[in-house]
Design a protein around this ligand. Structure first.
Ligand SMILES: NC(=O)c1ccc[n+]([C@@H]2O[C@H](COP(=O)([O-])OP(=O)(O)OC[C@H]3O[C@@H](n4cnc5c(N)ncnc54)[C@H](O)[C@@H]3O)[C@@H](O)[C@H]2O)c1
Length: 311
């Protein structure tokens, strides 16, 4: 690189964020290959202009063949076991996909001569003692296997960059929300709440509604991948807004849009869940020229209307 990549692999491109990343590169004129095993992703999410190969990233031979045949300029790696709760229940599965799978992606990308842009997490990596908003320099202290596996994945991505002279990039994403989100992920709360409000159903709010997250719109996140892939430089960057929004504040914005006044059931935090989170994106702006453009006041009502077109 640097410069806009013409041929882009998106692992996890049938998922929520990956499908928007594929859209962003296609809009820039790139040719896109999606690698996905459709374990949580949907074929319908894959943009029509992209090719889909149904491959499990843990299958090193198949992945290598897919990448060699495509000859990518960059590999955006988003395929993952993306649920904190599942990682607590099935830590070995989480490790297999998120650590071993990431190593296999790094090695296949290296063999194809392509750098990796990796979807890590800011929300699940810094822990409860971090200053807010948290800079990338704060030492990670994950609270759940998911954060540990993402941190290990980061280490392989950065090490492969140094070892093989590739401008590999780690993006630590905040809680991503927007169209096509499924209700099982880290920030599935927006999808869950929107669907329940539309049906007038009861809502459960964990942590008594007080935990905060840095909600970042998926189109801003997709642009961060496109920006990082063209930068030709390595590094670890937060992709967030620096702003905390509590679950109750989020629910209030959605209820205003839905025209509802549902009283949520308040429950304690689940194991491995963080109390507060906001990411400091100033290095990302300074070094990559990226900043979030969509505030929650705009993005949440828009997302609600996407989920509930008749509302
Ligand atoms: N959603 C968030 O708020 C958030 C926050 C931080 C980081 N991330 C990361 O961003 C990425 C995308 O998350 P998402 O929310 O879009 O989740 P998602 O579950 O919608 O997408 C993950 C995709 O990976 C695919 N996949 C899973 N295991 C695979 C395997 N072994 N081989 C091939 N494909 C496989 C799934 O089928 C799915 O399409 C993940 O790496 C996740 O950890 C997400």
């Amino acid at each position: 690189m640097p410069g806009k990549p013409g041929r882009v692999v998106v692992t996890g491109g049938a998922g929520f964020i990956g499908s928007h990343v594929a859209d962003a590169f296609l809009a820039d004129g790139a040719t896109v290959l999606v690698i996905d095993d459709l374990s949580t992703g949907l074929e319908a999410n894959v943009p029509a202009a992209a090719e889909l190969q149904r491959v499990d990233i843990v299958d090193a031979r198949q992945l290598r063949e897919a990448l060699d045949g495509f000859n990518p300029d960059v590999v955006c790696h988003l395929a993952a076991q993306a649920s904190v709760t599942v990682s607590v229940e099935r830590p070995e599965h989480d490790l297999e996909v998120n650590v071993r799978g990431t190593l296999i992606v790094c090695e296949a990308a290296r063999a194809a001569g392509a750098p990796v842009v990796f979807a890590s997490t800011g929300g699940a990596i810094y822990g409860n003692d971090a200053p807010l908003p948290t800079p990338e320099s704060f030492p990670p202290a994950p609270l759940a296997p998911y954060g540990a596996s993402k941190l290990a994945g980061e280490a392989y991505v950065a090490t492969w960059g140094r070892l093989h002279g590739l401008p590999n990039v780690v993006l630590r994403l905040g809680n991503v929300y927007g169209p096509r989100q499924q209700p099982h992920g880290e920030a599935g709360v927006v999808a869950i709440f929107s669907n329940r409000l539309a049906r007038g159903e009861q809502l459960v709010v964990y942590g008594f509604g007080e935990p905060t997250r840095d909600y970042v719109h998926v189109s801003d996140v997709a642009r961060a991948f496109a920006t990082a892939a063209s930068a030709g430089r390595s590094g670890t960057f937060n992709v967030g807004t620096a702003r905390e929004t509590s679950v109750l504040e989020l629910l209030e914005i959605l209820q205003r849009e839905a025209g509802t006044g549902v009283q949520p059931e308040l429950m304690p935090l689940r194991p491995g869940e963080l109390e507060r989170s906001a990411l400091d994106p100033s290095a990302t702006e300074r070094e990559l020229g990226w900043r979030a453009e969509i505030a929650v006041e705009q993005g949440l009502p828009e997302t609600f209307r996407e989920f509930v077109p008749s509302a």
